[in-house]
Ligand binder design. Structure first.
Ligand SMILES: C[S@@+](CC[C@H](N)C(=O)[O-])C[C@H]1O[C@@H](n2cnc3c(N)ncnc32)[C@H](O)[C@@H]1O
Length: 277
């Protein structure tokens, strides 16, 4: 007797195909008679559908509509919309933000949403010789959020915002904007060549932030998002909706494409998406 089990787990279902071959030919076997009874066209193949759950872990659920706000439970994972191959063909891969920054145009206008202690801002501003930068943050000492691997400044005699002002005092056109970035971004009127989004992970907040940022992006400009891929969900305890929100945006906005993926040593990989028209 020979029995093969084949398992296919995909979005729609998990298929368990049990192939019972030689039983078919054993007329004396109860199973053999059962299989013969089922007969062609399956001829010895029982197809058994189970639900869309892995043997353990989260249940795979459909991507939500672009205007839908359905919150899935922590025991579920939303299927991300696929990025079309066309939107990936020009994508490049980098080992750090710095390597990516070196390839960007010079004299850009820069916007960062979630500045922290200004590590990325400093690097992008300097590498691109940015003509201007708007740096938005709560400026509340980064809510205890450190840039992974970065130091928290030791000088507590100045405010967080003042620390950033001092850091960029050499530059004539760097502005700090204090407030909730999800609101601030709706009030900005400038256009930018590079916008870095680095304030959170929540699915609908990120969806709105990407949409709002896209309105502020010059043609040829880029939006960068940290934590697009979260290896082991490091630093976060709940859902990370950045992947789904970015893919959804690209799915519904075909004039955008992936410019780069930047790998991060803690697995918080960035994505940079480009507006082509
Ligand atoms: C991870 S840190 C940013 C690190 C920085 N982008 C870098 O690469 O050096 C996140 C920052 O976002 C800020 N932040 C979080 N939510 C925010 C919101 N809704 N509005 C403004 N700032 C926010 C926090 O205060 C914190 O300074």
């Amino acid at each position: 007797m020979c029995i093969f089990f084949c398992c296919f787990a995909n979005a729609r279902s998990s298929l368990v195909i049990v192939v019972i071959s030689q039983l078919y030919h054993r007329k004396q076997s109860v199973f053999g008679r059962l299989i013969r009874f089922i007969g062609s066209p399956l001829s010895g193949i029982i197809v058994y559908m189970i639900n869309r759950k892995w043997s353990s872990g989260k249940e795979i659920v459909d991507a939500i509509g672009y205007y839908e706000q359905k919150i899935y439970g922590e025991n579920e994972i939303e299927l991300a919309r696929p990025i079309s191959q066309n939107q990936l063909n020009g994508a490049r891969l980098f080992n750090s933000k710095y390597e990516y920054a070196k390839t960007l145009n010079k004299n850009i206008s820069y916007l960062e949403i979630g500045v922290g202690w200004g590590y990325s801002a400093q690097m992008f501003i300097n590498e691109t010789n940015a003509v201007s930068a708007d740096l938005v943050d709560f400026y509340d000492n980064a809510s205890g959020v450190r840039h992974p691997g970065g130091e928290t400044p030791e000088d507590s005699s100045i405010t967080h915002e003042q620390y950033i002002k001092n850091k960029f005092s050499y530059h004539p056109n760097v502005n700090t904007i204090q407030g909730d970035a999800t609101y601030v971004i709706t009030t900005l009127e400038k256009k930018y060549d590079l916008i870095l989004l680095d304030i959170g992970r929540e699915r609908f907040m990120m969806r709105k932030l990407i949409q709002d940022s896209s309105e502020l992006t010059n043609v040829g400009g880029v939006i960068g998002l940290t934590s697009y891929v979260n290896y082991d969900s490091i630093m976060y305890e709940g859902h990370v909706g950045i992947y789904q929100s970015v893919n959804e945006f690209l799915y519904f906005n075909k004039n955008w494409s992936v410019d780069a993926i930047v790998l991060h040593e803690l697995g918080l990989h960035d994505i940079y998406i480009k507006r082509n028209s």
